[in-house]
Design a protein around this ligand. Structure first.
Ligand SMILES: C[S@@+](CC[C@H](N)C(=O)[O-])C[C@H]1O[C@@H](n2cnc3c(N)ncnc32)[C@H](O)[C@@H]1O
Length: 451
């Protein structure tokens, strides 16, 4: 009888996880309702400002399109920020503390604005830097070097990756030929040309593999890849880059020398020398992506990692994500907390106990570490914002074990605690929770100002 109450007939075929989802008190809920108490305390409303905020439109934009990057945000959005404040900042200096593949910095340079970015993943730092600092490469020379690649000395696929599983036999053989050809160029050609060819090579790897990013890297069941696709796609990419270089050298000549600095650094620790007018960024999302494992293929093939342990070490330095190592969480000592964080942690803890099981029992601490990490970044950056400067963040909220986490409002609160004014909070789009599909989340633009 008791068993019958716990698992009514309609649920018998479901797993415990599915039953928890079906019984979730958050079914059909939404972030707007759950944000009310937080907004009341901040004395602010969320404005609606629907707009394309994701990377997808960038695939048609010169330079931005050189490397596909699912977690990037839209060049259109960055331009809209510049347009909005054009009368306030004459020749602004821009900072992106989480530069990723460099959307903010590339768009800054296209406006002739100096920029600095920090990024912890060396592959992404390389991609951003190459997109920014190769504008003077001759497209003709690039095409010539590429067409003369020698393919007779194949390289070996990175041995710490499961390349035989990740690629078909023929594709793998062709990738090894191409990599051998690129390595053979070393020291003999313009390093910027080699960087561009390496960037192009990295950008085709997932496309020619048996994997897909959606957005996490995983095997794709029905993917068919033509054995020659590495040659075809690399050739297309190099021609695309050459075409964009021509555009730059015709239309943006005066900005080619604009300084764009990408620093391989942890934004929680890095001490900036400059002061900035605008900080524009999209930080990692809570519960979001693993920015190391997701790029392990490109990191391996471009020699940015040669061991799994190296990847793990790098991952543990990043702003925390939910597959961080248990040891790091066990030894976590916060420097920041507030009542919101305390209540959210209790809420998550109670819900995990009620559910009986959860992916990570240490989830309350992971959540705390996320805000602690972000606090450390804010502490470094805020003193470096000029008076009247702005700190603009694009971030999504989360639902974790049936507890709503208003990441955007909490980050705004941290900014306020550190002396910034919350100028506005705008909803750019609705999202669905990955756990409870009927629960509506949002993606938000937070504008903080130093007065
Ligand atoms: C959402 S992505 C930024 C995307 C970027 N706006 C773009 O359009 O390419 C966040 C980035 O932060 C980086 N990151 C995470 N923790 C970091 C840290 N502590 N210091 C510097 N970068 C970090 C990740 O590697 C990732 O590239």
């Amino acid at each position: 009888m008791q068993q019958e109450q716990l698992f009514p007939a309609k649920y018998r075929e479901y797993t415990a996880r599915q039953i928890n989802i079906l019984n979730s008190p958050k079914q059909l809920g939404n972030c707007d309702r759950d944000s009310e108490p937080y907004l009341e305390e901040l004395e602010i409303d969320i404005l609606n400002k629907k707009q394309p905020i994701q990377f997808t439109p960038n695939v048609n934009e010169a330079i931005h399109r050189w490397a596909p990057y699912v977690q990037g945000f839209s060049a259109f959005f960055v331009q809209s920020v510049f347009d909005q404040y054009v009368s306030e900042y004459k020749n602004p200096t821009i900072l992106d503390p989480f530069t990723g593949c460099g959307t903010v910095q590339v768009q800054s340079k296209l406006n002739g604005f100096r920029s600095v970015g920090t990024e912890l993943n060396p592959l992404l730092k390389f991609i951003a830097e190459t997109k920014l600092n190769s504008w003077d490469v001759s497209p003709k020379k690039l095409l010539k070097v590429f067409s003369n690649l020698k393919l007779d000395k194949p390289a070996v696929a990175p041995n710490f990756l499961k390349s035989e599983k990740q690629f078909s036999k023929e594709v793998l053989k062709n990738l090894e030929k191409l990599k051998g050809g690129i390595e053979n160029l070393s020291n003999r050609k313009d390093p910027k040309i080699i960087d561009l060819i390496n960037l192009a090579f990295s950008s085709i790897l997932v496309e020619v593999s048996n994997l897909k990013r959606s957005p996490c890297l995983g095997y794709s069941k029905n993917k068919k890849v033509d054995p020659h696709s590495p040659f075809v796609l690399l050739n297309q990419k190099i021609h695309q880059i050459a075409e964009d270089l021509r555009i730059i050298q015709n239309e943006y000549l005066e900005f080619i020398a604009t300084q764009s600095l990408v620093i391989l650094a942890n934004s929680m620790d890095y001490k900036h020398e400059n002061k900035f007018d605008l900080v524009i960024t999209s930080p990692p999302y809570m519960n979001g992506l693993d920015y190391v494992i997701n790029y392990k293929i490109e990191m391996g093939w471009l020699n940015f990692a040669d061991k799994q342990t190296e990847l793990k070490k790098l991952k543990d330095e990043m702003v925390v994500c939910d597959n961080v190592s248990k040891g790091l969480i066990k030894n976590f000592e916060p420097i920041y907390t507030n009542d919101w964080i305390k209540n959210i942690k209790t809420n998550i803890q109670e819900n995990i106990i009620r559910r009986g099981k959860y992916r990570r029992q240490d989830m309350p601490i992971i959540v705390h570490k996320y805000f602690d990490d972000m606090y450390r970044v804010f502490k470094r950056i805020i003193p470096k914002i000029k008076n009247n400067g702005r700190f603009i963040l694009v971030v999504g909220d989360s639902l974790i074990a049936d507890a709503y986490v208003p990441t955007d409002l909490l980050l705004a609160k941290i900014g306020k605690d550190l002396g910034l004014k919350i100028e506005k909070i705008e909803k750019a789009r609705n999202r669905r929770s990955g756990q409870i599909r009927s629960y509506k989340l949002r993606e938000t633009i937070i504008t903080l100002r130093k007065c």
